[in-house]
Design a protein around this ligand. Structure first.
Ligand code: FE2
Length: 386
């Protein structure tokens, strides 16, 4: 950690019920809102429409979970006629990632498509992406402050990452009241995504003192708040705390990117439709133990700040947390059994993610990590049910 830099230019506004102020300080005149049909139904889009007035040129409310390249191309085609000068992503990670992918493709020459670029390898011109404003409605992805987007190609069974400093949102508006009505399953899976981001940015080769500080503060909040939210989902103080934790973890991974837990998750999301936050968190205790073998002191320090004697103590607490949040049930609901996950281990070393991990891993080591994660989940679950 001798040579490092930190760059995150996103202007953050954190305040409950601040959607009315969305237009303050924004000079764009042809804004496109990118979101899901649910936010139109629930009246949030109407709220944004009132706040932006005639500066809102169009609403694209067609985003689906795990945004797909062909669907993004269809939206891009529509938006080329609208010619927006700014995109607002409103929603969970899928809306924010879709806005970023659109921002990248819309400044390219007519006829350029995301699928052509990602599938056929057609190059993109060196053009700055459209400016993006993010309004997260879950507490987990951190995408409101990162310069990358995950998009999926189900036809080719591939996940792609789109990245670049021009994809840092110019502004992130965080209104925790938007998360008050999130269902329990989404609260848990997105919360576990934030927890995964924080851990992954610590056991990361790209970590620096600032990212570790952000991740540590994030975990101090999230490990306490997420179980409380399960019992008191309508508590605004807890919702605000969880949104802050997600933001801090997002800022940390905006510098480091994620690591092996995310790398392991991608084929499980593709193959079993396992929620992202569950797919990347069920291996965390095993990965903490795996990385502790090469700890340079950062994991022990983190454990002690969080109130444990060492990384192994923290790993045990993490196992209990995953059990209390029902992670084994999420896995069985998606019919994800140990053998089926192990059959995909050869796809779990995603370049750009796995190689960020503090301790390098082979396919055989990933296999052991996944196996131990399943066995730990089922033995703890059986123990509690006896
Ligand atoms: Fe994630």
């Amino acid at each position: 950690m001798n040579n490092w830099s930190f760059y995150n230019p996103t202007h953050i506004e954190f305040c409950p019920e601040c959607l009315d102020r969305i237009s303050s300080g924004i000079n764009y005149q042809r804004i496109a809102l990118i979101t899901t049909p649910g936010f139109t139904k629930r009246g949030v889009v109407a709220h944004v429409e009132r706040a932006l007035g005639d500066r809102l040129a169009t609403v694209c409310d067609t985003v689906q979970p795990n945004p797909e390249v062909d669907a993004i191309d269809i939206t891009a085609e529509h938006l080329r006629h609208v010619a927006p000068d700014c995109l607002i992503g409103l929603g969970g990670g899928s809306s924010l990632d879709t806005a970023k992918a659109l921002a990248r493709i819309l400044t390219q020459p007519e006829g350029t498509t995301l699928s052509g670029h990602l599938r056929a390898g057609l190059p993109l011109e060196n053009k700055r992406a459209l400016p993006i404003i993010t309004i997260p409605t879950t507490a987990g992805t951190g995408a409101e402050v990162t310069p990358f987007a995950t998009v999926w190609d189900f036809q080719e069974r591939k996940k792609h990452s789109i990245t670049g400093n021009d994809l840092f949102p110019i502004k992130a508006i965080l209104d925790p009241t938007l998360t008050l009505c999130l269902p329990e399953s989404l609260t848990i899976s997105s919360g576990l995504d934030a927890i995964s981001h924080a851990f992954e940015s610590v056991w990361n080769k790209n970590a620096n003192p600032v990212s570790i500080g952000l991740a540590t503060q994030s975990l101090t909040i999230s490990l306490k708040t997420l179980p409380e939210l399960k019992n008191r989902p309508h508590d605004l103080a807890n919702r605000s705390a969880m949104m802050s934790a997600s933001l801090l973890a997002g800022m940390a991974i905006s510098q480091t990117r994620t690591a092996l837990a995310h790398s392991i998750s991608y084929p499980l999301t593709l193959g079993f439709d396992l929620p992202h936050g569950i797919a990347c968190s069920f291996t965390l205790p095993e990965l903490l133990k795996y990385n502790a073998v090469v700890d340079d002191g950062r994991l022990k320090r983190l454990a002690m700040i969080l109130g444990y004697n060492n990384a192994l103590g923290l790993a045990d607490a993490l196992k209990e947390l995953l059990l209390s949040l029902g992670v084994p049930h999420f896995l069985s609901a998606c019919e994800l059994k140990e053998e089926r996950a192990l059959a995909l281990t050869h796809e779990m070393l995603t370049p750009g993610r796995a190689d960020n991990n503090l301790r390098p891993a082979s396919v055989a080591e990933v296999c052991t990590i996944v196996k131990d994660a399943f066995q730990c989940n089922s033995s703890l679950k059986n123990e509690r049910e006896e």
